[in-house]
Design a protein around this ligand. Structure first.
Ligand code: ADP
Ligand code: MG
Length: 338
């Protein structure tokens, strides 16, 4: 349904999206996960024909965003980060206005507006001014406008950001209920969000895709055994590797110990716990108890969060070693509001 190939987007000096490729099959809910400034919004704007790509291509239902934008727009419903709502309009008035903009015939408009109000559970507030609604309800109106023309694809940019926990749950439920009829890409910088709502996840950082898998595969490690990476340094004197290995293997709950790295007076081991056993505390106690310095103790392959931090930290380390690029946050410029 969506096919992105070698897509890049540059704003003046910033390469916001750097040669990404992915595909989304019909009917899937895909989570686009990444920290602020990763390039999520930019990718979504290219897919929705708001921005032309600098290079590469993107297709929606077989139509190219550059060559057939009208065909693409017909098939896409877009909820931008800031929904394009008019606070002085009543909900029903606004949805009627958008329906006409989207080219629905006058005869179809009232019925379709009623349908989407029903679907998004906003019928009872349809006569209210948008400006008087809570943020959760405004978001539902945003979703209602996105599905008005019954598009095949829904692109939702951080649909739950800024909502309170109850509103987040309600919005997620609403998105899930839309999933049957639509292919959905939603972006988020919150890990639990994709775990809750998505089948597939594309992790993006600094404009590049760093992982792409099913949420199930990525979280499978959470349910498996715990792996911990430890970096140990001798405090004075030399470090005897076989001593270290022996001590680690004796820790309660430890299954497997693998040497990962040795440098100067430091060694790094990856220690795998037996299924269901938590080994971090005992490992730390054993290492310190043996009189060694524990430079680092890091869980490997535990949760999506760990996977994510690991992937993005690797990127940051390589960026830092090549030059002193300012952080993405410092780099962030005010976005142009559509
Ligand atoms: N209109 C713009 N002009 C210049 N730079 C931009 C603009 N929009 C986004 N950027 C930059 O592009 C990068 C990616 O931004 P964005 O796509 O908004 O990321 P995300 O949605 O993942 O937070 C950031 O470094 C951001 O500062
Ligand atoms: Mg964004």
């Amino acid at each position: 349904m969506i096919k992105v190939e070698g897509l890049s987007k540059r704003y003046a000096r910033t390469l916001a999206v750097d040669n990404i490729s992915f595909e989304v099959q019909k009917g899937q809910i895909v989570g686009f996960l990444g920290p602020n400034g990763a390039g999520k919004t930019t990718t979504m704007r290219v897919l929705t024909c708001f921005l032309p790509p600098s290079s590469g291509s993107a297709q929606v239902a077989g139509f190219d965003v550059l060559e057939q934008p009208l065909e693409v727009k017909k098939r896409i419903g877009y909820l931008p980060e800031t929904p394009p709502l008019y606070p002085d309009m009543e909900v029903i008035e606004y949805l009627t206005f958008v329906a006409k903009l989207k080219g629905l015939s006058n005869a179809d408009v009232p019925g379709r507006v009623r349908e989407v109000c029903d679907r998004c559970a906003i019928s009872h507030v349809s006569a209210k001014l948008i400006g008087k609604l809570s943020k959760g309800y405004r978001q539902r109106v945003g979703l209602a406008q996105a599905i008005l023309h019954n598009p095949d694809v829904l692109i939702l940019d951080e649909p739950t950001s800024g909502l309170d926990p109850k509103q987040i749950i309600e919005t997620r439920e609403l998105i899930k209920s839309l999933a049957g009829d639509h292919t959905i890409i939603l972006s988020t910088h919150i890990l639990s969000e994709v775990e809750e709502s998505c089948e597939q996840v594309i992790i993006i950082n600094q404009g590049k895709i760093v992982a792409q898998d099913t949420v199930e595969n990525l979280t499978a490690r959470l349910r498996g055994s715990e792996s911990v990476s430890v970096e140990i340094r001798a405090s004075g004197g030399a470090l005897n590797q076989s001593d270290v290995r022996q001590k680690l293997e004796q820790v309660a709950g430890v299954g497997h110990v693998v040497l990962k790295d040795t440098r100067d007076n430091r060694v790094t081991y990856e220690v795998e716990g037996l299924p269901g056993r938590s080994i971090r505390a005992d490992l730390a106690r054993t290492i310190v108890g043996a009189g060694w310095d524990l430079n680092e103790l890091r869980t490997v392959g535990m949760s999506l969060e760990d996977i994510f931090l690991e992937l993005t930290a690797a990127e940051k380390r390589s960026a830092r070693s090549t030059d002193s690029t300012p952080s993405t946050d410092a780099n962030e410029t005010q976005e142009i509001k559509q």
